[in-house]
Write a protein that binds this ligand. Structure first.
Ligand code: SF4
Length: 259
């Protein structure tokens, strides 16, 4: 388990690595780029086969060895719900997360673009160990096309908290035209927003991010704007934690706070 520069987490825990694309948001996958490039070149053993899907039983107990509470992103180098990761291994990940959350006060966050498998497995998790306190489940939604297919299973998933990462944000998403009329009573606990990174990044207009942020703010949902381009049309260098309306939006919900 390592410290991370991802600003909404303190550590990453990678009991799996590797993945394959599922949608438009995967085109410039950061994890694939790192796995096949820098990490492989550095000679790190688990990346010598690049971005092939693998799971690592010997890493399963890592969160139990850190006593100081941390906010841990599970699986930053892939998607733990990829179909080449067996159910039995995913259940082991959740058993560890529960034990480490209960004993050490850790918080856990994970992200997927495979919401249906996530939903099925989270129901199994709930049956076996109840809702894991301190574990937040998230889906990535990169454009309006993917919105409902990921949003609905997320809301149905048994979890202590739910979040959406709108990163990379690739189109306007007019969620507030529809959300107030559907399931307004049950929604998410955190919205993360960010543009794509990397040499081939696609533009994210500031107005897309602002529309989302404004809507979630009206619902009282914490907003975390992780990165945007320097220019409103989506061009220019990436600015980390940019100010929008003179404010850095770095809210973390109460249930994910540590220390
Ligand atoms: S689902 Fe995530 S990890 Fe997998 S290819 Fe797409 S962006 Fe990469």
């Amino acid at each position: 388990m390592n410290k991370t520069g991802i600003p909404w987490a303190t550590h990453v825990w990678n009991p799996i690595k590797g993945c394959s694309p599922v949608s438009e948001g995967c085109t410039n996958c950061y994890a694939k780029r790192e796995a096949e490039g820098r990490l492989k070149r550095c000679g790190i053993a688990k990346y010598q086969d690049g971005f092939q899907v693998r799971f690592f039983p010997n890493t399963l107990d890592q969160p139990l060895h850190r006593w100081e509470p941390a906010r841990i992103f599970i699986g930053s180098m892939g998607d733990i719900f990829h179909d080449r990761i067996p159910d039995s291994f995913i259940m082991e990940i959740f058993r560890t997360a529960k034990e480490a959350a209960d004993k050490n006060g850790h918080k856990f966050m994970l992200l997927t673009k495979r919401p249906l498998r996530m939903l099925r497995i989270m129901k199994d998790v709930e049956k076996e160990m109840g809702v894991i306190q301190g574990l937040y489940i998230g889906v990535t939604i990169e454009n309006s096309l993917r919105f409902w297919d990921r949003w609905i299973p997320l809301l149905d998933a048994p979890a202590d908290g739910r979040f959406v990462s709108f990163e990379p944000l690739l189109s306007p998403i007019r969620v507030f035209d529809v959300i107030p009329h559907r399931r307004i009573q049950r929604t998410i606990d955190l919205a993360i927003i960010g543009c794509e990174s990397g040499n081939n990044r696609r533009p994210c207009r500031h107005e897309w991010a602002k529309d989302l942020a404004y809507g979630f703010r009206l619902l009282g949902i914490p907003i975390f704007i992780k990165q945007l381009s320097r220019n409103p049309d989506g061009s220019g260098a990436i600015i980390k934690m940019p100010k929008i309306g003179g404010i850095v939006h770095d809210q973390i919900p109460e249930g994910l706070r540590i220390g």
